[in-house]
Design a protein around this ligand. Structure first.
Ligand code: HEM
Ligand code: HEM
Length: 194
């Protein structure tokens, strides 16, 4: 019997790629494609060729440059919502629930690790729901102000994802090199249960 079914491994790696992709879109939005930085750059470069634009016009241009990239945030966001539904279905399989059984017999460290997974699932559910609500705020007859307030919370909670990802990757790599040899390859080839 395998420790991780093919179904679960496929979920884990697709999910990992989608989350890294979402974090990538946020990174680009806040750095290379930041409208603040780019509107200043555009204003400066246009002035050099004798075209003057107002601050508002430069902002429109900078946001237009960012827009195709940000579409990926929404696209990957839909994928995340689908992945969470897939994860719920996996809870009804052996691979999907094994980490959350016999909890009291685990070491303190393992309890913390498993609680961090459950916390992540809660955080991601919030991110998916709040993200969809911001995206469809008009259909949901919400005001722009309400959508903006939800965005602020969406942005704040994002920090939890940002903290989880490097901790998780470092954690499994450390475990692989210490007392849980094969933990990473098990998630690749399925491993053996027991
Ligand atoms: C790219 C490097 C990654 C590696 C090598 C890796 C490896 C692993 C391994 C070995 C496990 C099993 C740990 C255990 O037995 O408890 C695991 C579980 C898990 N990973 Fe990753 N992972 C990676 C990236 C990610 C990313 C980016 C996410 C998304 C945030 C993620 C989310 C999870 C979750 C939620 C679990 C718990 C599964 C469960 O519910 O049982 N992983 N990962
Ligand atoms: C792990 C999951 C997610 C992370 C880490 C994340 C992160 C973020 C961050 C940090 C922002 C604020 C960007 C800024 O103003 O600088 C944002 C905005 C936004 N996110 Fe997400 N998000 C996630 C999931 C989703 C999902 C599932 C959707 C839904 C499709 C979504 C839709 C949006 C929308 C519509 C905005 C507002 C953009 C705007 O103001 O134009 N997000 N997200």
């Amino acid at each position: 019997m395998q420790k991780w079914s093919f179904n679960f491994r496929l979920w884990h790696w697709v999910h990992a790629i989608v989350i890294l992709g979402l974090l990538g879109t946020v990174f680009l939005r806040k750095t290379f494609l930041s409208w603040r930085t780019n509107s200043e750059l555009l204003t400066q470069k246009l002035t050099e060729i004798d075209i003057s634009v107002t601050e508002a016009q430069a902002k429109v241009l900078a946001k237009a440059i960012r827009a195709p990239m940000w579409e990926w945030h929404i696209f990957l966001g839909y994928a995340l919502a689908a992945l969470l539904i897939w994860r719920i279905a996996l809870f009804f399989t052996k691979s999907g629930k094994q980490n959350y059984q016999d909890f009291s017999r685990e070491t303190f460290h393992k309890k913390l690790v498993k609680l961090s997974y459950l916390a992540l699932y809660t955080v991601l559910t919030f991110m998916a729901i709040s993200g969809l609500v911001i995206h469809f705020y008009e259909v949901l007859t919400l005001t722009k102000e309400t959508a903006h307030d939800i965005k602020e919370i969406h942005e704040l909670v994002y920090n939890a994802v940002l903290i989880f990802v490097p901790l998780h990757i470092m954690g499994v790599l450390l475990a692989e090199n210490k007392d849980e040899k094969g933990i990473v390859s098990d998630m690749i080839n399925g491993g053996k249960s027991g």
